[in-house]
Design a protein. Structure first.
Length: 124
């Protein structure tokens, strides 16, 4: 008899558990007490509000926004939009938005969109 549950099944016949959403954004202080937004996982529409909340939290403390993106594996147009809004919020100043160590997939999206010409990419 077919199972009514359409969940994907593993070798044991039990439903496969998908990993929990890996996105995380938190504001940490650098060695000088300046805020850095550390972004981990995938940036898409599902996490837009949380990302923007952390960006605003950082911008309340410092006019310059620094995002550590070394653990950001994916970014769609939602993330690009948040970065463009952050650039506007910093008054479009030179080096107002700094992205540290973006992964190749994220860097590609920034380059295709032209946003890499607007924000500062710090590859350290």
């Amino acid at each position: 008899m077919p199972d009514d549950d359409a969940s994907p099944r593993g070798g044991s016949g039990r439903p496969l558990r998908l990993p929990p959403d890996s996105f995380r954004a938190e504001v940490v202080d650098d060695e000088f007490g300046r805020p850095i937004v550390v972004v981990t996982g995938e940036v898409d529409m599902a996490v837009r509000d949380e990302l923007w909340d952390r960006i605003e939290e950082s911008l309340r403390r410092d006019a310059r926004l620094v995002l550590d993106m070394r653990a950001t594996s994916f970014m769609d147009s939602t993330g690009l939009g948040a970065l463009a809004m952050a650039h506007q919020a910093t008054g479009q100043m030179n080096e107002g938005v700094v992205l540290r160590s973006p992964q190749p997939a994220v860097l590609h999206v920034l380059q295709v969109s032209g946003l890499d010409q607007v924000v500062t990419i710090d590859s350290d």
